[in-house]
Design a protein around this ligand. Structure first.
Ligand code: FMN
Length: 239
């Protein structure tokens, strides 16, 4: 067992490590081994240039039915260009595919209860980041502002952030059903994630808009996607 492995285990059972007795410590180690075995995606260590997101807002706010009444797409033409805070971004990302119960419970439903097989990338003024739901972290992919090059409509660049949704075929490869419906499942999940973003944006007074007319090849290159993966949609996010 490598030192790196041990560090990862420690990272993921940080809360459990607060237990003080030897017996509790052993339980924590067993749980860490289970997490490592059955949910390896949940096991990650932040790199120095990663952005550890502040905790999302998960209580209070607008009631669900008020958010449903308020949900709408902000007009692209006069989309607000104001800065979205890191806490607001954190809450929106959590709403889209964050953990809401355990290490295997998310805000959106997934086929066979698999971990999210749609990734979210955040394109902002300071570059591109990949969202890691397991430790609610942004991994920097590049320092380039790509917002002007990823969609057909020029107004997309105005958004402070563009959230880009892509397939994750490494995850759908785990489907017991095989690959028969994996592209359908990816579309369905993108729909669930983006609707959660519409509702979270309504609650946070942010503007958002679903965009399907993407520059697919440009996005694939900018995000360094694997040959089997592709962008599905993006959502503009502004204030
Ligand atoms: C599947 C889908 C694709 C869309 N593609 C685009 C798009 O490429 N560009 C755009 O400006 N809006 C796009 N939209 C946003 C719709 O135009 C918008 O939801 C619609 O006008 C209804 O407005 P509302 O969301 O305020 O109810 C898309 C919405 C959906 C659901």
């Amino acid at each position: 067992m490598s030192f790196h492995f041990l560090i990862k285990a420690y990272y993921n059972v940080g809360v459990l490590m607060k237990m003080t007795s030897l017996r509790s410590f052993s339980v924590a180690l067993v749980l860490a081994a289970l997490v490592l075995t059955y949910c390896p995606e949940a096991v990650t260590v932040a790199a120095a240039d990663d952005v550890i997101l502040p905790p999302p807002v998960t209580e209070g706010g607008l009631g669900l039915f008020s958010a449903l009444k308020k949900r709408s797409s902000a007009a692209g033409g006069d989309f607000s260009i104001a800065e979205v805070t890191l806490e607001e971004l954190s809450t929106v990302l959590w709403a889209a595919s964050g953990l809401n119960r355990s290490q295997t419970g998310w805000t959106v439903p997934m086929a066979e209860g698999l971990e999210p097989y749609v990734r979210i990338y955040v394109a902002g003024p300071d570059g591109v980041f990949r969202y890691h739901w397991a430790d609610h972290r942004l991994e920097q992919i590049s320092e380039v502002n790509i917002k002007a090059d990823i969609a057909d409509q020029a107004f997309v660049r105005k958004a402070y952030y563009c959230l880009i949704f892509t397939s994750d075929k490494e995850v759908t490869a785990k489907l017991k059903l095989g690959q028969k419906w994996d592209d359908d499942f990816i579309q369905v999940l993108t729909g669930a994630m983006t609707q959660d973003i519409y509702l979270a944006a309504a609650a946070l007074n942010l503007g958002t808009r679903y965009i399907h007319s993407l520059k697919t090849e440009a996005i694939k290159q900018a995000l360094k996607l694997g040959p089997d993966d592709y962008p599905v949609a993006l959502m503009m996010l502004g204030k």
